[in-house]
Design a protein around this ligand. Structure first.
Ligand code: NAD
Ligand code: UDP
Length: 334
């Protein structure tokens, strides 16, 4: 395989750090760019001594001049509590970030992949969600900064492709979990595992009847790499996720059982616009990329629980000082 120069924006984050690992192991020259909003250098510290790895502190809302062959655009807070913390900044990160990486891709003729999301489907009234479904998104609610930001980023990717011939790929990622999620990320899997390990109450939002489909990080990275390496006439968007669907209450029960915890389940207010169901239709990914996830929920959870058991929490700071009310996010206190 030819060695490529590859830029990973958001490369120090949960998914980005795993992607950097794989690309560095393949021998590519990897530039990891991050502003460390929802991550810490700790996630990629093990790569810093590698001669084919470079770390840049930079914010994707500002242009950057580099010479690369491929770009993976992952920079964006992914957890609702963090992307709602500074909603305007989230829109800027998605939209201006997309414009900046697409401008870079256009100038140096790089192939560029966008990490889009199942959130483009909003609170879906088609189930499971195929790529052809256009979504049901509230454009003025607390999740809109992320959902509409990501939708606009997709628009920009397709406009640069049509108008400027930029070689793009768009993947729509469904809930992914695994080692290196930030312990204070606020998403459901990390919250429940940390609460269970500490013997604290497990905070189920609403009655826990809402569903999500959880993909293990290794499977997801396989899918992203398959899409980037796939044929130029298949630019996406393509769903990447695990079609296994669980209620949030079921997830809480499984994590309590697997950790042997004595935690109780308590209910907290359901966040505004929290999607009631979510499951990817992955037929397109199977057909076009020969990709499907392999890791069952319990196997992935076992690896994630083992990671969090060993984690030294004192080395992590909270990305934002959020207070979760169910009606959105307010600053200050917990
Ligand atoms: P994450 O929060 O761990 O990683 C995001 C990274 O982007 C962090 O390192 C953060 O510091 C960085 N970042 C944020 N704003 C930035 C900016 N303005 N400039 C530079 N860097 C910035 O989240 P993740 O789960 O690794 O998500 C990675 C990407 O995948 C995101 O774009 C997210 O929207 C997308 N995604 C993730 C999931 C999931 O379940 N993990 C689902 C759908 C989509
Ligand atoms: N959730 C929960 N307790 C938590 C965190 C999240 O019940 O401590 C719920 C949340 O309301 C949503 C689901 O779990 O229904 C997944 O939330 P997450 O923040 O992981 O991501 P989302 O899929 O909503 O973007």
């Amino acid at each position: 395989m030819a060695i490529k120069r590859i830029l990973v924006t958001g490369g120090a984050g949960f998914l980005g750090s795993h992607l950097c690992d794989r690309l560095v192991a393949q021998g590519h020259d990897v530039i990891c760019l991050d502003n460390f909003f929802t991550s810490q250098k700790l996630n990629v510290a093990h790569l810093l001594g590698e001669s084919n790895f470079e770390l840049i502190r930079h914010d994707v809302t500002h242009p950057i001049w580099l010479e690369v062959d491929e770009i993976y655009n992952l920079a964006c807070p992914a957890s609702p509590v963090h992307y709602q913390f500074n909603a305007i900044k989230t829109v800027k990160t998605s939209v201006m970030g997309a414009i900046n990486v697409l401008g870079l891709a256009k100038r140096v003729k790089a192939k560029v992949l966008q990490a889009s999301t199942s959130e483009v489907y909003g609170d879906p009234d088609i189930h499971p969600q195929p790529e052809s479904y256009r979504g049901s998104v509230n454009p003025i609610g607390p999740r809109a900064c992320y959902d509409e930001g990501k939708r606009c980023a997709e628009t920009l990717f397709f406009d640069y492709h049509r108008q400027n011939g930029v070689n793009i790929r768009v993947v729509r990622i469904f809930n992914t979990y695994g080692p290196r999620m930030h312990p204070y990320d606020g998403r459901v899997v990390s919250n429940f595992i940390l609460q269970a390990l500490a013997g604290e109450d497990i905070t189920v939002y609403g009655d826990g009847g809402q569903t999500r489909s959880f993909c293990y990080v290794d499977d997801l990275i396989d899918g992203i790499l398959a899409m980037m390496g796939g044929p130029d006439d298949f630019v996406g968007p393509v769903n990447l996720g695990n079609p296994g669907e669980f209620t949030i209450r079921e997830l809480a029960g499984i994590i309590i059982e697997m950790t042997g915890s004595s935690s109780r389940i308590i209910e907290k207010p359901l966040p505004v616009d929290d999607p009631t169901q979510r499951r990817p239709d992955i037929d397109l990914a199977k057909q076009k990329l020969g990709w499907e996830p392999k890791v069952a929920l319990r196997d992935g959870l076992a690896r994630t629980i083992a990671y969090f058991r060993e984690l030294d929490l004192s080395r992590y700071h909270r990305p934002t000082d959020y207070h979760y009310t169910g009606a959105g996010v307010t600053m200050g206190g917990h």
